[in-house]
Ligand binder design. Structure first.
Ligand code: AP5
Length: 221
């Protein structure tokens, strides 16, 4: 099944995508993670993306679309994929349609995780991320079992550079500016489902699994 996760920063896209991807045995493709890997390895693309990310602005569509196109050409997507953080505007959504058309694929389900601003700020200012495997934790909500070490791989945990209140506010503004047209785009295609995402992670995941089970894998757009 080919799935897109929408939602504001901190709605839980990364957290839920990781669990859902394990459950469905399909890859979790996060443009944020792919961009951060490029920044960490100081690739040409990473150097270009770095300043946009630090400000909380969108990286230019052309760069992000190129990364996604390359990632979706991998053989591991044959049973499906979960896109997290892409598309973020109409130009990216249309570029994605083109990419998928070329590989005879289409989206089955778009899940929009709906979360409120106070919850988002609390989640992002307490988020911890594993340097090795990218797993997410939270200082209070989902603390790691061992102080500052990842439960899954033992990697070191860190706070993302863009998880400070000023940058979070910019990321939220950028998100709000683009989201309504994007939501409308997928609503028109009849594949959009909204999920309340302020609640406990397990409850949100259960709701997402239910929606996946109700979706007909053969109906792609
Ligand atoms: P990206 O990495 O995609 O960041 P984001 O969209 O801001 O989303 P987040 O990763 O912050 O939030 P999330 O929803 O994944 O929340 P999480 O699960 O971690 O993008 C970063 C930057 O890259 C962008 O600003 C932009 O510059 C660039 N970029 C990326 N994609 C791009 C694109 N397509 N085009 C252009 N530029 C692009 O959860 C957050 C915290 O809450 C965690 O600590 C978690 O443990 C906790 N938590 C999650 N769910 C729950 C719950 N239910 N209950 C309690 N705690 C919870």
């Amino acid at each position: 099944m080919d799935i897109i996760l929408l939602g504001p920063p901190g709605a839980g896209k990364g957290t839920q995508a990781k669990k859902l991807a394990e459950k469905l045995n399909i890859p979790h493709i996060s443009t944020g993670d792919l961009l951060r890997q490029n920044v960490a390895s100081a690739t040409g693309l990473g150097k270009e993306a770095k300043s946009y990310m630090a400000k909380g602005a969108l990286v230019p569509d052309e760069l992000v679309t190129r990364i996604v196109g390359e990632r979706l050409s991998g053989g591991d997507i044959k049973n499906g994929f979960i896109l997290d953080g892409f598309p973020r505007n109409i130009a990216q959504a249309q570029a994605l349609d083109e990419i998928l058309k070329k590989i005879a694929r289409g989206i089955n389900l778009v899940m929009d995780l709906d979360s409120s601003e106070p919850v988002i700020i609390q989640r992002l200012t307490g988020r911890l991320v594993c340097k090795s495997c990218g797993a997410n934790f939270h200082i209070k909500n989902m603390p790691p079992k061992n102080d500052m070490l990842c439960d899954y791989c033992g990697g070191e945990l860190y706070q993302r550079a863009d998880d400070n209140e000023a940058t979070i506010k910019t990321r939220l503004e950028v998100y709000r500016k683009e989201v309504s047209t994007l939501i409308e785009y997928y609503r028109q295609k009849n594949i959009l489902k909204t999920i309340p995402a302020d609640g406990e992670a397990q409850v949100v995941l259960k709701e997402m699994v239910k929606l996946v089970e109700q979706t007909d894998d053969s109906l792609k757009v």
